[in-house]
Design a protein around this ligand. Structure first.
Ligand SMILES: O=C(O)CCC(=O)C(=O)O
Length: 271
């Protein structure tokens, strides 16, 4: 059974991220890479860094044509075991996004805290970021500020009206020291886990090599997905609709009794 070792668990708590020893088996990785190629072909009008809710089969309410393969990935017991060690055994799957930076012109992800963008209260989420391509310093791997989650507070973010950024809000430069950044370099099939408060981002990809990863979002069912907190729209720099996002209770039970697991599960609208 895949799960975090005591050391990995300690690192997640202390640094806000960890790269576990577990890797996705090679046959599943190959299948997902083929699914990614289809996903990109199916969504020609959307930058591949901005493919949200790819785990929802068919055309979703956020304008993306997703695939069941990513839902299967998000439900993989070995991966959910890792998440359980990070956030406890009541687990809700609420998001899954592809961040694929094409070679040559892959977009920057500005330094940010995820929690700034999300309607979850109390704020909590563990992201599993799984590499589908090699993710290196050269092609714009994710970068993190270890320990920046520890105060469990959100810092001010500034809105930037630039189309060459994946997200449009950047954390205040005074909130952290970029010289403390660590590159999360991953081989395909490797993954990192990170906390909702951790400061992170990634550089543009100017190398010839594509850098693709899938970020799967899991929240503890001790929190509520507050659907009305952030209005549907482009407030992140691309379309999100939290009001219609489906939730899946993957483990345990909804301790709040307030999460709605019916919304968004109706069959996808016809093309
Ligand atoms: O893929 C990247 O470079 C950034 C990903 C990210 O910001 C996230 O998963 O929260």
């Amino acid at each position: 059974m895949a799960a975090l070792s005591a050391e990995e668990r300690g690192q997640y708590d202390r640094d806000g991220f960890v790269i576990p020893a577990y890797r996705l088996p090679a046959d599943r990785l190959e299948r997902l890479r083929a699914t990614l190629d289809r996903l990109i072909a199916d969504n020609p009008g959307i930058r591949p860094e901005r493919l949200v809710s790819v785990h929802i089969e068919g055309r979703n309410r956020e304008g993306v044509q997703g695939s069941r393969d990513f839902l299967d990935l998000a439900m993989t017991p070995d991966i959910v075991d890792l998440v359980a060690d990070a956030i406890g055994s009541d687990i809700i799957l609420w998001g899954c996004q592809i961040f694929c930076k094409p070679g040559g012109d892959g977009l920057e992800v500005p330094w940010h805290q995820d929690g700034h963008y999300w309607p979850i209260r109390p704020l909590a989420t563990c992201t599993v970021w799984l590499a589908l391509d090699p993710s290196t310093r050269e092609n714009g791997c994710m970068r993190v500020i270890p320990g920046s989650h520890a105060a469990r507070r959100l810092h001010p973010h500034m809105t930037e009206d630039r189309r060459d950024l994946v997200l449009n809000q950047r954390i205040d430069a005074l909130a952290f020291d970029p010289t403390e950044a660590i590159d999360i370099e991953l081989e395909p099939g490797q993954m990192s886990l990170h906390d909702v408060h951790m400061i992170h981002g990634s550089n543009p990809n100017r190398s010839p090599k594509r850098r693709a990863g899938v970020a799967i979002r899991y929240m503890p069912a001790t929190s509520v997905f507050e659907r009305d907190l952030i209005k549907p729209g482009d407030a992140s720099g691309y379309t999100v609709d939290f009001a219609s996002r489906p939730l899946w209770l993957l483990r345990g039970r909804d301790r709040t009794g307030r999460n709605d697991f019916r919304i968004g599960h109706q069959p996808a609208a016809a093309e």
